[in-house]
Design a protein around this ligand. Sequence first.
Ligand code: TYM
Length: 320
Amino acid sequence: MRILSGIQPSGFLHLGNFFGMMQRGIRWQEKGETFFFIADFHALTSVGDPDALRRNIREAALAFLACGLDPKRAVFFRQSAVPEVLELTWLLSTVTPVGLLERCHSYKDKLAKGIAPTHALFAYPVLMAADILLYQADLVPVGVDQKQHLEVTRDLAVKFNQTFGPVFVVPKEDIAENVAIIPGIDGQKMSKSYGNTLELFGDREEFRRRVMSIRTDSTPVDQPKPVAGSVLVSLYRLVSEPQELEEFIAAMRRGGVGYAALKKELLSKLERFLAPFRERYEELKAKPGLVEEILEEGACTARAAAAPTLESARRAVGLL
Ligand code: TYM
C-alpha cells in the first residue's frame, strides 16, 4: 500500500495542517510505503517573493520532520526536485476537460478573493493529479478542502487509462470525519488566507494571544455555556484525554466558569500537546544542512519511483 500527501510551503504550518493531514499521514509510516512532499511548484501560484518561498520551504520541511516524519521510513522531498511531474501534468492535461477545472471550488474561491486568474492557478488540480499518479499512490490523506481535487485526480486517472490503456492506479482519499475541518480562532476553517490560524512553531506570545481571542458568545460567567459548535471544545477535544474533555464540557454546562478561564485551560493543553514537537523543532533547526540533505536524498528515491510511471505514460500515448 502506497500513501502519499503534500503540503504547500506558505509560511508557518498550523493546527489544521497538523490534524487534517500531517498527524494521520505520519501514522501510516508504520504500516505502508509513505511519500510526503513540499508542494513548491503549487506555492508559486500564490507566493510572489523568491526569498519568502525559500524560507517557507525550509520552514515546512522542518515542521514536518519535527512533527514526526521519519526520513528512514518515509520518502520526503520537494515537488520541484522531481521535474518529471511537469511532463506528466502535460500528458494529463490532454485528457482534462476545461469545464472540470472551471468547477473547482478552490479556483473559484481564489478568483473571488481577487487573485489574478493565471494559467497555473487554473491548472493547479492537474499538477496535483500528476503528483499523486506519478507515484502510483493508493491512498491520499488530506483535509476535506482537498476532496474535490482528489475527485479530479480520480477522473483524470480513469480517463487516461480508458483512452490509452491501464497506466495509473486510481487513488482514494483518506479523510477522517473528526478532523476533516479544523476551525480557526474565528470559527471558520483554519486557513492561512483567513488569518485565523494557530501556528505550531510560530511566536509563543502570539500563540497565547490568539488562543485568548478565540471567538465565543456573550454568555455571562455564571450561566451554562453552549457546547455544540464551540471552537473551544473542538480544539480541546484534539489535545486532551477523554476524562479531561468530559470535565471541560461539564464545567461549560454547569456555568460559573468564564470564557477567559476556559481559554486558559485550552491553552495549557495545547502547549502540553505541542511541547515535544516544539522541542524537536528547535533541535532540528540548530543542525545546519540536515533538512537539505534529507530532502535531496528523498528526491533521489522519488525520482527513481517516478521514472517507470512516466515511461509507461509516454509509451501509452505514443511518445516512445
Ligand atoms: P495545503 O498546503 O493547503 O494543506 C495541507 C493539508 O492540510 C489540510 N488542512 C486542513 N485540514 C483540516 N482542517 C483545516 N482547517 C485544514 N487546513 C489545511 C489540507 O486539507 C491538506 O491536506 N493542494 C494541497 C497540496 C498538495 C497535495 C498534492 C496534497 C499538492 N499536491 C498531492 C495531496 C496530494 C494543499 O494546498 O494543501
